[in-house]
Structure formats: structure tokens, C-alpha cells
Ligand binder design. Structure first.
Ligand code: AMP
Length: 192
């Protein structure tokens, strides 16, 4: 199994790059944001509860997200590996992920962090909001709140994974294709 975390703030390009990476490396894709939006669309209680946090730009409680990821991994245990996109977002989630993977005799092999300046992120999110219809991409105050959550709760994961020599920063500004090439180079280096 090869397991990769695509790390970075909201709007860094994790979804766009994940789509390409899963095609290139035949990995299963876990986007907790997508899973939560699917729950909402299906009208489940979990989806309704999660939406209260999403709408404010706050993180959904760890237990909810961890449970969802566990189910996904169990359902896809035959996969040759996973790309985690938007998960983990807290140290508690990262620790839970380590023990889940341990059950499958697997681990996180690499964490690739897309590095993008904040002004560019706001621009990208507002633009995405126009086409995606995502309410949390349309309001600048919600976007700023998501960054705040990222700084306070998610950024500490950078040291968490750096201490394990798993974190690699990748320039996330510029052309989608050249960012993809840089990600592939890093992955190929880790895998070889
Ligand atoms: P995303 O699509 O990754 O930008 O996520 C959209 C929203 O879903 C976030 O702003 C959070 O409210 C929620 N969310 C997604 N992933 C997580 C996670 N791993 N932990 C907590 N909340 C999450």
C-alpha cells in the first residue's frame, strides 16, 4: 500500500491535483469535504449536523470525520493505497489515521504540502464559489474563518509529519501541469 496525504490550506489545489494523481498512480481518493457534502446531499442527519460547521467555516468534530474515514478505508481495503485530501486536519485526526492504517499493516508514506500565498487562495476560492455553488466559497468572512481554523488546528500537522521526515513542501503557485509534475517527482522519489 502507498498512502499519501495532500496537504495545504483551502484553495491550494488539493482537489484538482488529487484527480490527476489518482489517475496516474491508481490510488483511491478520500476527500472528507466531498464525503461530508455527499452526506448533506443525501439528507442524512450526519450531513445536516456537519453543515452547521461547514457553513461557518469551522472544522467538523474529529469523531465524525474519523468515523467516516474509517468506514471508507474498510470499504476500500483492497485498494493499492489512498490519497487523503483534506484529511487529517487536526493532530487527533492524524493520530487516529496512524492507528487505522496500522490495523491494515500500512502507514502514511508521504505528505505533500501545496504552498500558496493567502491572497491567491482567497481569489481562487471566490472564483470557485461562482461556479461550484459552494456557499462556504462565496463569503469572504467564511473563507477567512477557514484560514483561521487552518492556522490554528491544521498547520501544526506540518511539524507532526516533518518530525517523521514525511513532509515535503511543493510550490503550489503557477500552472496546474507544472505543479502536478513537481508532485509526481516527489512521489516517485519517495517510492523508489
Ligand atoms: P473542503 O472541501 O476540504 O474544503 O472542506 C469543506 C469543509 O468541510 C471544511 O471547511 C470543514 O468544515 C469540513 N471538513 C472537511 N474535511 C474536514 C476534516 N478533515 N475535519 C474537519 N472538518 C472537515
Amino acid at each position: 500500500m502507498f498512502n499519501l496525504i495532500l496537504f495545504g490550506p483551502p484553495g491550494a489545489g488539493k482537489g484538482t491535483q488529487s484527480e490527476r494523481l489518482i489517475a496516474q498512480y491508481q490510488l483511491a481518493h478520500i476527500s472528507t469535504g466531498d464525503l461530508l457534502r455527499a452526506e448533506r446531499k443525501a439528507g442524512t442527519e450526519l450531513g445536516e449536523q456537519a453543515n452547521e460547521y461547514i457553513a461557518k467555516g469551522e472544522l467538523v468534530p474529529d469523531a465524525v470525520v474519523i468515523g467516516m474515514v474509517r468506514n471508507y478505508i474498510v470499504d476500500h481495503r483492497e485498494a493499492s493505497g489512498f490519497i487523503f485530501d483534506g484529511f487529517p486536519r487536526t493532530v487527533a485526526q492524524a493520530e487516529a489515521l496512524d492507528s487505522m492504517l496500522h490495523e491494515f499493516d500500512a502507514r502514511i508514506d508521504a505528505v505533500l504540502g501545496l504552498e500558496v500565498e493567502e491572497d491567491e487562495l482567497v481569489k481562487r476560492l471566490l472564483l470557485r464559489g461562482q461556479s461550484s455553488g459552494r456557499a462556504d466559497d462565496q463569503d469572504e468572512a467564511t473563507i477567512r474563518n477557514r484560514f483561521q481554523e487552518y492556522m490554528n488546528k491544521t498547520l501544526p500537522l506540518q511539524s507532526f509529519y516533518s518530525e517523521q521526515n514525511k513532509y515535503h513542501g511543493v510550490e503550489g503557485m503557477g500552472e496546474i501541469e507544472s505543479i502536478f509534475d513537481s508532485l509526481c517527482q516527489q512521489i516517485d522519489r519517495v517510492r523508489s
